[in-house]
Design a protein around this ligand. Structure first.
Ligand SMILES: *Cc1c(COP(=O)(O)O)cnc(C)c1O
Length: 392
């Protein structure tokens, strides 16, 4: 192993993966199923490798955002059921059937399109009905009593179609991570959802799987777990909100690393980087790092963020370039060329993903999803490399 080039790479901690999975499981009733959300390449952690870990840990389902992600998982060998949360072009129903992938059904028009193509291709597909209880994104709009009646009517008209195998029904929460401030809204979303499911059941429809909880719901609303939960961010050891830290212990899975390519001492009055946004006030020891915004390390960190060099914090000087950036290592005597540095992730006094997303004014989800595809993912259990995923 260790074929990857040590320019910029991520270390994925498989011990943290299993730790987080177990912590999530401990919040659930034994019979509650777990859907592991592997969309966006497992939030940047490498779905074609990580799915195997979750299968070994006992995951029941995988969730992805698109048919391409679903097919990639099947081609990599994933054998458990896969649900696509989002839109699949209707002309691709044959692939849904061929790869045994379940599709979200989110409107009557969309369902008609799918059924039409199923008829033409002579295939049957598995579906989960998506209910919009408060996100106003996709789903049968069900945010008031009259919407709910209407949705139920539409759904009943659809699910008896020969071309569809009705596997489940679900909704998605918009503020479940923020239980203290927004509890009422999540209760309302849940209530809307239960009204839909009850009404369907009263009309004699059997619903095999009901699910609504994302990470926030899993931790904050145990009464809403139903038949299955959909774990995303918490799998990767991050929290959707600060308040959740008190309720579940998680370990961050991803560490981003790079090396020092060159060190130079430059005199006072020297400008650093594009746009000359930093001019030295005194003599400085500057380390160049072969990592830039094309690796997912945003220009928002220019002159702001820090990295760990030999266990000490070093600040970025000047603008982050596409492929490189400069660090102030004036006070870090041990810093040498070729020495490894940690951009974020576990180390003493670590720079966290949250610290960086605050600087970038984005969210921790986004920070990890954005790590570029020329950064290989290296999988560790203990100190041992267990696999690697290179995209370039
Ligand atoms: C992304 C997503 C999830 C997971 O959300 P987290 O907050 O990461 O747990 C669950 N369900 C659906 C429909 C999603 O799109």
């Amino acid at each position: 192993m260790e074929n990857y080039s040590k320019r910029a790479w991520t270390e994925i901690d498989l011990d943290a993966v299993s730790y987080n999975y177990r912590m999530i499981k401990s919040k659930l009733k034994p019979q509650t199923k777990v859907l592991c959300v592997l969309k966006a390449d497992a939030y940047g952690h490498g779905a074609p490798f990580l799915y195997k870990e979750y299968e070994k840990l006992g995951a029941d389902w995988f969730g992805v955002s698109s048919i391409d992600e679903a097919i990639q998982l099947r081609k990599s060998g994933a054998s458990i059921p896969i649900l696509i949360f989002g839109y699949t072009p209707p002309e691709m129903v044959k692939e849904l059937a061929r790869f045994n992938i379940s599709q979200s059904l989110f409107s009557r028009n969309y369902a008609y399109k799918l059924i039409e193509v199923c008829k033409k291709e002579n295939v049957k597909i598995k579906v989960h009905i998506k209910i919009d209880t408060g996100m106003s994104r996709i789903g049968f709009f069900s945010q008031t009593l009259s919407d709910i009646d209407n949705s139920v009517k539409e759904i009943i008209g659809l699910i008896k179609a020969q071309e569809l195998e009705f596997e489940g029904i679900f909704t998605h929460f918009s503020v479940a991570d923020n239980s203290l401030k927004e509890k009422e809204y999540t209760l309302k979303q849940f209530d809307n959802f239960i009204k839909v499911t009850k009404s369907l059941e009263n009309k004699g429809i059997n619903i095999p799987l009901k699910h609504c909880c994302n990470s926030g719901g899993i931790v904050n609303f145990p009464q809403m777990h139903l038949d299955m939960v959909r774990a995303g961010l918490v799998l990767y050891g991050l929290y959707p909100s600060e308040e959740m830290k008190k309720k579940i212990d998680l370990k961050p899975v991803m560490r981003l690393k790079s090396v020092i390519s060159q060190i130079k001492t430059i005199p006072a009055g020297t400008s650093i980087g594009y746009g000359r946004t930093f001019i030295t006030d005194k003599e400085r020891k500057v380390a160049t790092i072969p990592l830039g915004y094309a690796d997912g390390y945003s220009t928002a960190f220019s002159n702001k963020a820090q990295m760990m060099v030999c266990g000490k914090r070093a600040s970025i000087l000047g603008k982050v370039c596409m492929d490189q950036l400069m660090l102030d290592v004036s006070d870090i005597e041990e810093a040498t060329e070729n020495c490894e540095i940690t951009v974020f992730g576990s180390e003493k006094d670590e720079v966290t993903v949250n610290e960086l997303s605050e600087i970038a004014k984005n969210i921790n989800y986004e920070m990890i999803c954005l790590i570029g595809k020329r950064v290989p993912r290296i999988y560790y259990r203990g100190n041992e490399v267990k696999g690697e995923l290179s995209y370039v």
